[in-house]
Design a protein around this ligand. Structure first.
Ligand code: CTP
Ligand code: CA
Length: 228
């Protein structure tokens, strides 16, 4: 059978993709995590490699097989993810933050396992905010001309629609592109299908895509090339 050759249109570019959910430790055996499977980030890394890029995949907890042919840096926490992404971003043409980074982490992590209290008192967790890695990358621009891409999963609520929340987030983050994903009602998380809208930093819709996470990944790289 004939297979259409993928265009090597990312040839010569170094791209950094973060994927998966971070885990913030409470003690040696417990963590605060999230339900991100890492599928979309892995699909982005695979697509970029197929299109000729040199790819660094910064992988937090990822529940799908990692792609061949890409440099993988494994991390656990948001702080580790931040360090790994920033190190790789110094010589990257594009950075895509597809990871689900914890917004808060436990203020402390116990060195030994937290024991159940005999008197039945429940512990109270004190949380502190983590660094917004995407906003920081967009602000600092670790390499001139670098394209910074974020993801946002939104639900509509009484304060605004998915698109309204997405536009506000695009402006707040300062990234070049924000890939907006409507979640809830079985869409988005853990599934293989996806519906996305790509916004620029001003909140203007510049592209839309639906289909598998592989198709969405190709649409994101198309949008990056249009933008760059
Ligand atoms: N992100 C990040 N660092 C964080 C939190 C989020 O880099 N500490 C990135 C994500 O990787 C994603 C983008 O920011 O690319 C949007 O994440 P999201 O959780 O939608 O945004 P928040 O600003 O955390 O807003 P919300 O209150 O909706 O969670
Ligand atoms: Ca968040």
């Amino acid at each position: 059978a004939l297979v259409a050759a993928r265009p090597r249109d990312l040839d010569g570019l170094h791209v950094v993709v973060s994927a998966g959910g971070t885990r913030e430790p409470l003690d040696p055996v417990r963590f605060l995590g999230n339900r991100s499977s890492g599928r979309q980030g892995v699909a982005l890394a695979r697509a970029a490699h197929a299109r000729g890029a040199r790819v660094t995949l910064v992988a937090a907890n990822v529940e799908v097989p990692l792609p061949q042919g890409v440099d993988v840096v494994r991390v656990e926490t948001g702080a580790e993810l931040r360090d790994a992404v920033r190190a790789a971003a110094k010589d990257a043409d594009v950075v895509v933050m597809a990871a689900a980074v914890a917004d808060y982490r436990p203020r402390t992590s116990a060195e030994s396992k937290i024991k159940k209290q005999p008197d039945g008192t429940a512990p109270v967790l004190e949380l502190v905010e983590t660094v917004d890695i995407l906003a920081e990358l967009a602000r600092e621009r670790l390499r001139a001309g670098q394209v910074v891409v974020g993801f946002a999963a939104e639900t509509g609520d009484d304060t605004g629609s998915v698109l309204e929340h997405g536009r506000a987030k695009a402006r707040r983050k300062g990234a070049d592109l924000l890939v907006l994903n409507a979640v809830g009602g079985g869409r988005g998380f853990g599934t293989d299908d996806n519906d996305v809208t790509v916004l620029d930093g001003a909140g203007t819709v510049v592209a839309a895509a639906s289909g598998s996470k592989d198709e969405v990944a190709d649409a994101v790289w198309d949008a990056v090339l249009t933008r760059g």
